[in-house]
Design a protein around this ligand. Structure first.
Ligand SMILES: [Zn+2]
Length: 464
């Protein structure tokens, strides 16, 4: 007992240095390599030790801290067994079998192949499927099967890992089966990618290593402020700070949220921070606490090129000069069209010139119009409430149109205005206590990012 406690207290100084290692852990693959550097890190503060106690600490710090290190063995060698404690129940003996999923396999097929009777296989899977839907089965995944040692077709348990650090299992319990799920505790780390924008913000971020869904969320966030088709220039930059969730031993479990992004266009940088607002809604805010959403999307569809601007022009079909009361975005038929802002559908109908057209009413007497649609999204009808970014229909070429495009109009107080240039009523900024909370969180995150800027690829964040 004494020996055990002593080992623990001696280990403590070395363990305190452990968090420092997280900073140098860029990827899961490198973790094993970095862990080997521990003795160096532990040795760093070494000074001549005047007291025997410190010398002992130092000696311990010199030793490689791996699973088979002497101190681990020391703990192992002194099991705690108070007198009179009955020895624990012997672990039931199982025969284990690991099955690797191949393309085209099904869970039922794999169990049948392993010799599990159909009734058992069905009963076990009925419990497993709510936690592990069949469509999550991937080639390369491993299925751990436990059989009764006395009856090698009697399945006792089944275990699978839907993702790193995530285990789903079913186990025979009496006459039935019991499902269980376990996840390794997640430790948030902050990572940042910084990329030169060539050929678009999205590909630049994905090429820099940001997962596609996170890159997409950034493009969506900035689309409130930036018309990517018009505003991007060669040499523009984008930076994104995001979470990586790691296990205790540094294995990458999953990516978390994007917390910050900066877009530099023609030398001008726009920075945005993710924040939970006073109403509990999560959104993007600028440095002054102004929300990005709630205004109007400048481009109500993705990846479109503005093919015709607002103003007088020669009409492509009518052949004479007339006012173009909106802007046109060329895009392939079927491209989703988004509601430019929160509102209520005013009308959904087919008209001679506009073809399939939707009008949406927004607060402050603003109306948006979307024309030439190939089809309307399900549920679109006068009175339907829509959220900003919600799909309301698909690009087409119905009505008076020479090819697939979206004709988009913006009306304020009954007058058509130029959607590309008009300033619309902005949503309210954070104020008072809410602003204070936001600025505190922002300062804290910026401090972490500053550590990344000093050459570290990742910093550990305080758990939430
Ligand atoms: Zn048009």
């Amino acid at each position: 007992m004494m020996k055990l406690r002593r080992a623990t207290s001696l280990l403590l100084p070395a363990l305190l240095l452990l968090p420092a290692l997280h900073f140098a852990w860029p990827t899961a693959e490198q973790v094993t390599v970095e862990a080997a550097a521990l003795p160096d890190a532990a040795r760093a503060p070494a000074d001549p030790a005047p007291f025997p106690e410190e010398a002992a600490i130092e000696e311990l710090a010199e030793a490689p801290l791996t699973l088979d290190a002497p101190q681990a063995a020391m703990v192992e060698a002194v099991p705690y067994a108070p007198p009179g404690t009955p020895s624990p129940e012997p672990e039931p003996a199982f025969t284990e079998q690991t099955v690797t999923v191949a393309s085209g396999d099904t869970l039922l097929g794999l169990l049948t192949e392993a010799g599990v009777p159909a009734a058992d296989a069905h009963a076990a899977l009925a419990e497993l499927l709510p936690l592990f839907p069949a469509h999550r089965l991937r080639p390369g995944q491993e299925l751990l099967l436990r059989f009764d040692t006395d009856d090698e077709t009697r399945l006792m348990a089944l275990e699978i890992n839907p993702g790193p650090g995530h285990t789903v299992a079913v186990e025979r319990q009496g006459d039935g089966w019991l499902a269980d799920e376990a996840r390794l505790p997640e430790h948030p780390h902050l990572a940042q990618v910084d990329a030169v924008v060539t050929g678009g913000v999205f590909p630049a971020l994905v090429n820099a290593g940001l997962p596609a869904n996170l890159a997409y969320s950034i493009v969506r966030a900035f689309s409130h402020r930036v018309d990517f088709q018009r505003d991007l220039r060669a040499g523009d930059r984008v930076a994104v700070a995001f979470e990586r969730m790691r296990s205790e031993d540094g294995t990458l479990l999953r990516h978390g949220r994007v917390l910050y992004a900066a877009l530099t266009l023609s030398g001008q940088t726009q920075e945005i921070w993710r924040h939970e607002g006073p109403d509990g809604e999560v959104g993007w805010y600028d440095a002054a606490g102004r929300p990005l959403a709630g205004g109007f999307l400048r481009t109500p569809l993705n990846g479109a090129r503005m093919s015709s601007g607002y103003g007088m022009r020669r009409h492509p079909i009518l052949g004479y000069n007339r006012m173009h009361r909106g802007v046109d975005f060329a895009a392939p038929t079927g491209t989703p069209i988004y509601a430019a802002s929160d509102g209520v559908v005013h009308s959904v109908r087919r008209e001679r010139g506009y073809g399939n057209v939707i009008r949406i009413r927004h607060p402050n007497n603003v109306l948006t119009l979307y024309a030439h649609l190939s089809r309307f999204a399900p549920g679109m009808a006068a009175g339907t409430r829509v959220r900003q970014g919600q799909i309301i229909g698909r690009v087409g070429s119905t009505g008076m149109s020479t090819g697939p495009h979206l004709h988009y109009e913006l009306h304020v107080n009954g007058q058509a205005v130029n959607p590309a240039t008009s300033r619309l009523p902005a949503p309210p900024a954070l104020a008072g206590r809410a602003l204070l909370q936001y600025q505190t969180a922002r300062t804290d995150l910026n401090r972490q990012r500053a550590r990344l800027a000093r050459g570290l690829t990742e910093v550990a964040l305080a758990p939430q």
